[in-house]
Ligand binder design. Structure first.
Ligand code: HEC
Length: 94
């Protein structure tokens, strides 16, 4: 039984992060590299306490507030927060 729960959680985790948009092109203001890094940091730093929230789950303004609230918890720098924000707001338009 325990094994099943563990396998279930792993599958859930995989399906959640693969649902996350993978950037394929730069925007006018953000490079493709930065968008990819933003996704990487988001997956790495924001999934330890709860499941990842999908980008289109919140408005840009709400994401800005959410990220400010989560910055200490996730122990990310201002620059990392900005990268995540750029990735998320770009992905939510996809
Ligand atoms: C140390 C644990 C921890 C980490 C790391 C963490 N969170 Fe959270 N997060 C929480 C908790 C606890 C809540 C729910 C309670 C609350 O809002 O304080 C939450 C809630 C949220 C919510 C819902 C907010 C709402 O008002 O409904 C979002 C969105 C979110 N986190 C995004 C993130 C992002 C983005 C990151 C990475 C930068 C992150 N979290 C990292 C603990 C964490």
């Amino acid at each position: 039984m325990k094994k099943l729960i563990i396998i279930g959680s792993i599958l859930l985790l995989i399906s959640c992060s693969s649902q996350l948009y993978i950037p394929i092109e730069a925007t006018l203001t953000v490079s493709l590299e930065d968008l990819k890094t933003g996704r990487e940091i988001y997956v790495k730093k924001c999934s330890s306490c709860h499941q990842l929230h999908l980008p289109n789950q919140y408005t840009e303004k709400a994401w800005s507030l959410n990220l400010a609230k989560m910055q200490d918890r996730a122990k990310i720098t201002d620059a990392e927060k900005q990268l995540i924000y750029q990735y998320i707001t770009n992905a939510s338009k996809k």
